[in-house]
Ligand binder design. Structure first.
Ligand code: GDP
Ligand code: ZN
Length: 460
């Protein structure tokens, strides 16, 4: 473990809450906290993993600042593997800031940089890089589902599989090494088969990990969902109903949703990135046309399309045009305004979207939204989500490294087939091993580490 300055930061989210926690980490964590802490306990002598009741007192004037609980976790059995003290104060920004300021005023404790606690945990060997990145995902996760996936990664599921892969490659490297030292002819042929088999096995495992990547991406960013339909059919109203706050402008004048409005919602545990598009239709108005252009882009990129129709009117020419365009896409047809007499021919819609679902809605009366949620869940997960034994690769850097490692192994197999000398084949295998190592923080450069940890927010 390296010698470090002692750092401190507010570890809980800023804002009102029952309690707030200040985390202090480093060699002086206990001693510096003790200077401000008036209690029946002597925390300097106290054993690790104990909690103490007392008051924070300003040493300058003896003023009682806060009533707190103080927790001691001595290294290496702490998050950072250093001595850690956590001060639980009353919630609220003012109280917690005063305590933090007092701590910093002593001069030996400094404020932590974003991600510095996690960075120390990594540098002190407490967690590996994949786990550290999972902590970033935890902080940022936009839904419970993404949260539990990030949680799993934090527990090291992905790390374990990558380590197992690397272990197999080390065995392969050792085998090749022996062959270089004792290059008898019959051994060489066996070795070539061995290289092919083991490389193929590793490629297969990488493919399995990569297969989860697209789902991982969905969970991170949300399923890109475009709400499309003619002006005035209720797109913005639907978005608002789903978001349950009035961010998009709802109006009676056709063509007023002139841009693409984006909202994140979680529907039955599934994160959706909802795009309310400007009414797609032919138009000569310049401003409106820009909106229409963006709507088209959103439509092209969408993973899911919610096609809203005004069920109280018979279908319009523009409806038919849109239906034409939506053929073969993942579409849910929403017959809205079913609180009014229905004029749309449902049978006709059903025959046009044979593969898609049709849901009757009245956004006005908040009817049919449950059904919509059910259909979305069904489309993406085949019913209930099983979070049992999935490992998610959800990180762009990880995905890139997996692809690179796979390519190196393919190179190794091709070189073997081409009769290239075995010590050159060995280089490809070693490269794959190093690339996988980068995923979990072996053989990563200092600048890469800094780049990763700078993404953290304060107090983590
Ligand atoms: P957009 O142009 O497609 O975004 O449509 P809006 O969301 O702006 O809605 C247009 C009008 O239809 C507004 O006056 C809404 O109040 C109304 N509207 C939306 N949903 C319903 C519904 O389910 N039933 C009825 N009767 N009116 C609705
Ligand atoms: Zn609208």
């Amino acid at each position: 473990m390296m010698t470090q300055e002692t750092i401190a930061a507010i570890a809980t989210a800023v804002g009102e809450g029952g309690i707030a926690v200040i985390r202090v980490s480093g060699p002086d964590a206990v001693a510096e906290s003790a200077k401000l802490f008036k209690s029946a306990s002597n925390i300097v002598e106290a054993p690790s993993h104990t909690v103490h009741y007392g008051h924070i007192v300003d040493p300058a004037n003896g003023e009682k600042i806060e009533e707190i609980l103080l927790t001691i976790m001595r290294g290496p059995r702490s998050f950072t593997a250093e001595d850690v003290v956590e001060l639980s104060t009353h919630g609220g920004v003012v109280a917690v800031k005063r305590v933090l300021e007092l701590l910093l005023r002593q001069g030996t404790v400094r404020i932590a940089e974003p991600g510095e606690f996690t960075k120390r945990a990594f540098l002190n060997g407490r967690i590996d890089l994949a786990q550290a990145e999972a902590v970033i995902d935890l902080i940022r996760s936009k839904s419970d589902r993404a949260f539990s996936v990030a949680m799993k990664q934090a527990e090291g599921t992905l790390s374990r599989r990558v380590k197992a892969l690397r272990h197999n490659l080390v065995e392969l490297l050792a085998h090749i090494e022996v062959n270089i030292d004792y290059p008898e002819h019959d051994v060489a042929e066996m070795t070539n088969n061995y290289i092919r088999e083991r490389s193929q096995e590793a490629c297969d495992e990488i493919d399995r990990l990569l297969k989860t990547a697209s789902e991982g991406k969905i969970l991170r960013e949300g399923i890109m969902t475009a709400i499309v339909g003619r002006p005035n059919v209720g797109k913005s109203s639907l978005l608002n109903a789903l978001v349950q706050e009035n961010k998009a402008i709802v109006t009676d004048i056709p063509g007023t949703t002139r841009d693409v409005i984006e909202e994140y919602v979680t529907l039955g545990g599934i994160p959706l990135r909802l795009l309310d598009t400007a009414g797609i239709r032919e138009t000569t108005d310049v401003v409106e046309r820009i909106g229409v252009e963006r709507s088209r882009t959103a439509l092209e990129e969408a993973d899911l399309i919610l096609f809203v129709v005004n069920a109280s009117e018979s279908l319009h020419e523009d409806d038919y045009k849109l239906m034409e365009e939506l053929q073969g896409r993942p579409v849910i047809v929403l017959l809205n305004k079913t609180d009014l007499p229905v004029a749309v021919d449902e049978g006709e819609m059903a025959s046009r979207f044979a593969s898609g679902s049709i849901v009757r809605l009245s956004v006005l009366r908040e009817q049919g939204l449950d059904q919509l949620e059910k259909v979305i869940r069904g489309m993406f997960f085949g019913g209930e989500i099983d979070s049992g034994d999935l490992t998610y690769v959800s990180n762009v850097r990880h995905i890139a490294l997996l692809h690179q490692a796979k390519q190196s192994l393919v190179d190794a197999m091709e070189a073997t087939d081409a009769g290239i000398p075995i010590d050159l084949v060995q280089i490809d295998v070693r490269t794959a091993w190093e690339q996988l190592g980068e995923m979990i923080g072996d053989s990563v450069s200092e600048s890469l580490i800094d780049q990763i940890f700078s993404q953290f927010c304060l107090g983590k």
